[in-house]
Design a protein around this ligand. Structure first.
Ligand code: SAM
Length: 308
């Protein structure tokens, strides 16, 4: 009863069934397109995190058979297997893995995509910070792949969780796209933290060379960071402060630094209020610390010792 009554009340769920979409998310992409016209002149597109496939369906229905010279190329990727769709090339893989990215790039055979979309969402844990972090990593993995396949001027659309640290993601996206807009389609529930970034006019920094070097995403990368140049490598100035007359912090100095003066002990200016070693000090002071007791001597020294 609970489930069917919810189904009846969710208009997009109902409409999706009526119109034959695999998921209600189809309406999110359709509504984004109504607002931003992202399908205009698109013939090559990547759908990241595509299962069960309603976005790929939208792409397939909207881009195919429109008196085009050639069929569009639609490459869909997801961790999950997906039932086939007309005109959609499917890859089952993890978008945070270099191997998946290389497979996607391979399908373009040197050509470039006009549009990359990503509706990626992790299995939510309910721990908001963790969910937001993982979602952000998915988005960055999608952006990384996008830098390899998207043509200059192309569009990138991705799901984003508008959590408290989302401005960092906006700045990262702005490095590659002069126009970044947050879209909240009507079919996306108001109660949900999700929204979509619509990033237009792909313009990587001059000299930028895409690479798969995000160590957060994949530990098997083969980029020599020291060989990166120009905008691919940010060098932060290193400045040594203090001249040679200053003490060397790695050296040990005698207590009596000045031959005229004896060493004078100074207590800490502010001792710790509740040091973690307080109990140990108390036990030691009162001779209550556990002592090493040798119960068994072996040829290997005190291997058989234990604390009493
Ligand atoms: N756009 C899809 C549609 O319209 O049918 C719905 C996508 S669903 C909200 C999110 C998808 O992200 C899931 O199918 C999940 O398997 C996929 N996903 C999550 N992490 C992924 C990853 N690391 N690599 C590939 N797909 C991933």
């Amino acid at each position: 009863m609970g489930r069917s009554s919810k189904d009846k009340r969710d208009i997009y769920y109902r409409l999706a069934k009526e119109e034959g979409w695999r998921a209600r998310s189809a309406f999110k992409l359709l509504q984004i397109n109504e607002e931003f016209n992202i399908f205009k002149d698109v013939s090559k597109v990547v759908d990241l995190c595509a299962a069960p496939g309603s976005w790929s369906q939208v792409l397939s229905r909207r881009l195919r058979g429109q008196d085009r010279e050639a069929d569009p190329k639609i490459v869909a990727v997801d961790l999950q297997a997906m039932a086939p769709l007309p005109g959609v090339i499917q890859i089952q893989g993890d978008i945070t893995k270099v191997s998946t990215a290389m497979e996607i790039i391979g399908h373009f055979e040197g050509e470039q995509a006009d549009l990359v979309v990503c509706d990626g969402a992790p299995d939510v844990t309910g721990l908001h910070d963790l969910d937001e972090y993982i979602q952000a990593q998915l988005l960055l993995a999608a952006l990384n792949i996008t830098t390899h396949v998207l043509k200059p001027g192309g569009t990138f659309v991705a799901k984003i969780f508008r959590g408290k640290d989302v401005t960092l993601l906006y700045s990262q996206l702005k490095i590659f796209f002069p126009k970044v807009t947050i879209a909240k389609p009507r079919s996306s529930r108001n109660s949900s933290i999700e929204a979509f970034v619509v990033c237009e006019n792909y313009s990587p920094p001059v000299g930028y060379k895409p690479n798969m070097s995000n160590p957060l995403l994949d530990h098997h990368y083969d980029v020599d960071f020291n060989s990166l140049e120009g905008p691919n490598r940010i060098i932060v100035p290193f400045l040594a402060c203090g001249d040679l007359s200053a003490f060397d912090s790695d050296k040990t100095y005698p207590l009596k630094l000045d031959s005229d003066k004896d060493y004078e002990y100074h207590p800490p200016t502010q001792p710790p209020i509740k040091p973690p070693y307080e109990t140990a000090c108390y036990l030691k002071k009162n001779d209550m610390l556990a002592k090493l007791k040798k119960t068994q001597q072996t040829n290997e020294g005190d291997k058989g010792a234990h604390y009493a």
